[in-house]
Design a protein around this ligand. Structure first.
Ligand SMILES: COc1nc(N)nc2c1ncn2[C@H]1C[C@H](O)[C@@H](COP(=O)(O)OP(=O)(O)OP(=O)(O)O)O1
Length: 163
């Protein structure tokens, strides 16, 4: 089974009236051209936290020092499990976001997250994750590979559960 990760770095905003999340505009691979958190596929023998830390370093140059698990999302394509995505938040990191071949990073105020330029399922679970909640979700897509060209058709969500 394909395991993947997403990592959402958070900071207090410059104006101190809210919070920002670091999103990337993805430059290649699944979801190219859309906004997302840094993340990617787990390598053989790698745990999800190790993957989230490595992908965040490779994609945007931040060194994450602690993670909080925020969710576990199962994506189904035509009835079969396509991937399970482990979602993390972090406020513990060093460095400044830097663009890479894979990702263009951008601090965005939480109320301005561009859900119209993200995966169709994200508006259902990401707002709660950015508020500090935990979520377990299942999202069904239909139409064949690749997943980012399939149609999002249904979902189930459970909030504030152990992840
Ligand atoms: C279906 O809904 C999804 N929503 C969100 N927000 N993110 C998703 C969704 N489906 C997949 N993803 C994320 C999970 C991973 O972070 C990436 C996987 O992308 P990719 O296959 O390009 O993985 P990489 O390891 O970065 O690719 P390389 O093999 O090029 O290193 O998408």
């Amino acid at each position: 089974m394909l395991e993947t990760t997403l990592c959402f770095p958070l900071r207090d905003s410059d104006s101190n009236v809210g919070r920002d999340v670091l999103l990337i505009e993805k430059r290649r691979g699944l979801g190219e051209g859309w906004y997302n958190g840094p993340g990617g596929k787990c390598e053989p023998g790698e745990t999800p936290p190790e993957c989230a830390i490595r992908e965040t370093r490779e994609e945007v140059g931040l060194e994450v020092t602690a993670l909080e698990k925020a969710g576990e999302l199962t994506f189904l394509l035509d009835g079969d499990t396509h991937s399970v995505c482990h979602v993390f938040r972090t406020r513990s990191f060093t460095g400044e976001p830097t663009a890479s071949d894979e990702a263009h990073p951008e601090w965005i105020a939480i109320e301005d997250v561009p859900y119209d330029r993200m995966w169709d399922d994200d508006h259902l679970w990401l707002p709660g994750v950015l508020e500090g909640r935990t979520v377990v979700g299942e999202f069904r897509f239909e139409g064949g590979e690749p997943l980012d060209e399939a149609e999002f058709v249904a979902h189930d969500l459970e909030w504030d559960v152990s992840v």
